[in-house]
Design a protein around this ligand. Sequence first.
Ligand code: ATP
Length: 264
Amino acid sequence: MRRPQLETPTLLEVDAVTRLYAPNQGADGIDFRLHRGEVLGIVGESGSGKSTLLRLLSGLETPDRGAVRYYRDAADEPLDLHAIDESTRRALLRREWGLVHQNPRDGLRMGVSAGANIGERLMAHGWRHYGAIRERAAHWMREVELDPARIDDRPSTFSGGMQQRLQIARTLVTEPRLVFMDEPTGGLDVSVQARLLDMIRTLVRRLGLSVVLVTHDLAVARLLAHRLLVMKGGRVIESGLTDQILDDPQHAYSQLLVSSVLTP
Ligand SMILES: Nc1ncnc2c1ncn2[C@@H]1O[C@H](COP(=O)(O)OP(=O)(O)OP(=O)(O)O)[C@@H](O)[C@H]1O
């Protein structure tokens, strides 16, 4: 398939991706493109299919039909995520993609130190020198505003907000191109959320990350996402620039969502 001429090249192409558990439950015929350096927010009320879509995009679930294509290199043919073998897909997830879970416990190893949580991702990338790994882990703790003096502490001794920072450091230390975030500030106190969001926004900009962000929180979407997809009953019912959708929603459901009549 020919790639269209766009301002920034496509990184991910999602083509009619479908996984339905029951009518209107799951993801149904989802189409979109994610460009390099872009943050795409997926919003919608609970049960609209956001997490299902994220699992399909990140290779954790197989679609009934449709394809997810990853343009690793602008000049190359894309990788068809669900057609490549399991080991290639795992390597992709480990090396080029990152996944930030809502619950940091799902993305961290709670039984090893903060430094080991970050360092083992570097080891998976072939880093072998202990001093260099430790130095890099400390660097990334500072990046996410964690005290590097706590490098030998286990994540279980950290607060929820600190654990989420550590999960982000563990994800970003390998400099992924594409990061999936599932409600990254969900379940945290409002003041902790605000600081974390600010930090995520700074890192995303500085590293030029491409992000698919699932959130039911429109304030989070407003702050982080360039574009939005609004989901309802497994389908995308509206998409466009974040400000356009939040300030002037066209679809009746988006209008309800924005006016907070619907409680996500
Ligand atoms: N593994 C599964 N088996 C059966 N049904 C599922 C499965 N996963 C999700 N569903 C159903 O698919 C629909 C979409 O769920 P999904 O978790 O993707 O929604 P969501 O928008 O992420 O909601 P939330 O914000 O509450 O996480 C729901 O009706 C859910 O019950």
